[in-house]
Design a protein around this ligand. Sequence first.
Ligand code: FUB
Length: 311
Amino acid sequence: GACQQPKSQTTIQDKDSCVVQNPVITVRYSADPSARVFGDTLYIYPSHDRDQAQWWDMEDYYAYSTTDLCHYKDEGLIFEPFKQTTWAKKYAWAPDCIEKNGKYYFYFPTDQDHIGVAVGNTPVGPFKDPLGKPLVSRNSPGIAAPRDFIDPAVFIDDDGTGYLLVGQNALNIIRLNDDMISYSSKPVVLDKVKDLPHFFEAIWIHKKDKKYYLSYSDGVGISYCMADSIYGPYEYKGRILDEVNSGTNHSSIVEYKGQWYLFYHTADLALATITADSPDRKYIQWRRSVCMAPLFYNEDGTIQPVKQSSS
Ligand code: FUB
């Protein structure tokens, strides 16, 4: 089950000479990876696709960690929104996590309508819902939710200000208060036509050399835009990753030990377990697995596309 990879980049060797083998997480299905560096460790916060899944009906969250990008430790179950909140009912989709002042804030979408936040003292919890209600919902004042209200990504700027980015077809940028679990300002909405060309879902934000990068699923591949301010105006720069074999495409970008990486998912792990004409084949879109590739920038700050070999 090798993931789709640039031919020249199928293996990544670090100084201990270990070799990255995609998919990097194989202990269970995993999707929508948010990669984060806390201390000297890289953590992955994915969705958890169930073994026999026939829909995006995920129920819980597991985390993984690595210090060499080759070996990924299963950190176990970190949060169960339907058991650990009073309000979440279904569809535990793409989450994110961030650290501020020694606390870890885990943001998760449920019900296609709500974004919750759970707080813990370590990167892998235990996490608890401090609010007893969603942090923000589709019906909250100022929110634009033409389709699902999903896929939270969180970002802390150099001045310490936290932002939550969320949405499908329209992107809501919500400036968080210092406590990271509330907000007072009106959301800023970026339109998928005027402001953020081809935006569908799976928003990710990172900052490099004072530039803000928004990367996201355009419905098929991962596209990205760049700007000088978090609110834009954003300039469309093209594709980072083309279509993957899992239907949905969802990625994150992170710097670790001086090199940038793209984490994404494919259906390669599930594909490896079935034959071409197996009836299970139609379910592979709900049985995804996390992969990664190194990412390279051009002089002008644009990102070189991750080229895929045919699978
Ligand atoms: O994994 C469930 C949903 O599929 C995510 O929230 C979307 O980004 C897509 O990957």
